[in-house]
Design a protein around this ligand. Sequence first.
Ligand code: UT7
Length: 336
Amino acid sequence: MKKMKITGTGRYLPDRVVTNDYLAGLMDTSDEWIRQRTGIEERRWVPEEGNVGASDLGLEAAKIALNRAGWTPEDLDLIIFATLSPDINFPGSGCLLQSKLGLKSTPALDIRQQCTGFLYGMEIADAYIKSGYAGRILLVGSEVHSTGLDLTTRGRDVSVIFGDGAGAVCLEGVETDDNVGLLASSLHAQGDHADALILEAPASRLNPRLTKDMFDDARIWPKMDGRNVFKLAITRLPQVSHVVLERAGLKVEDLDMVIPHQANLRINQSFQKSLNLPDEKMYNNIQKYGNTTAGTIPIALDEVIEQKRIPEKNATLLFAGLGAGVTWGAMIYRFF
Ligand code: UT7
């Protein structure tokens, strides 16, 4: 049976470092508050000039991943692009990335599962591979948040946590009887909580879709009920992780590394405690990048591999995340 092999990873973070002190110059916040409540020390933003979009960051991450896989863009059967901050409303960023890769007809699919975009993308890729519809897939998680944040005190709860960045993985169907690839996954959504983290306008349900009032009453900026999302995360991340461990027939001790979504260091510390996981098996990089939404897990995965934090063969990883939707989930991936 074909199993999904990660054959290459890549990441791209823009050079522009934005410190907490810089944000404190724009709104009523402080380095101390941001570090204590979120763990974030700095994040990256795209340059002010140049109209850099999610597909541009995705392209840089994809080029690295393709190179490591030893593939050319022409080898791809499918591109899956996860983002909540597409370059433009439509067409999707996957199409823009496809063109930037010099491709003329390769299918491209955008998915909008926010912080769990990478998890949903992995499960979709696995299904395409197992069904035989695709053999080589590029999955990208990429966000440009910085151009869409309310950088006044009104938006400070959201604006201090988000950063720009992209991660990419090359996924290949490989015939093997070994117990490798995507061993188990469990994905969920609950639209009842859609208002908990939302960017409302422009919107097709509003007529007209965009008015000056929407600027004035801040509906063009993301809004979050942070406490609600926080509580959902610290309860559901451990729950869903135990589900996938059981499905895979594994125990926490069998994991080589846990890579959670990076939304708040305190969420991940609580998650780590619930799993009773030692520090060396939990990966966090929110301190450097903030929350890059669909980008967090593939960026972290690329760092974990680069830093040789996991065994070269058969490393077993758990990925987990919760975010807007709300959507949440976890999966266990074992390297070949
Ligand atoms: O990846 C997407 C999913 N998102 C998440 O998982 C985010 C989950 N939530 C969180 O990470 C946290 O709720 C936040 C970091 C957003 C907020 O931290 P908190 O500890 O939950 O703070 P809070 O919302 O309870 O606010 C505490 C106080 C409030 O002031 P008062 O009412 O006590 O006077 C806020 O107005 O902190 C204030 N506050 C800030 N102060 C300085 C909120 N944001 C800021 C800020 N700087 N940036």
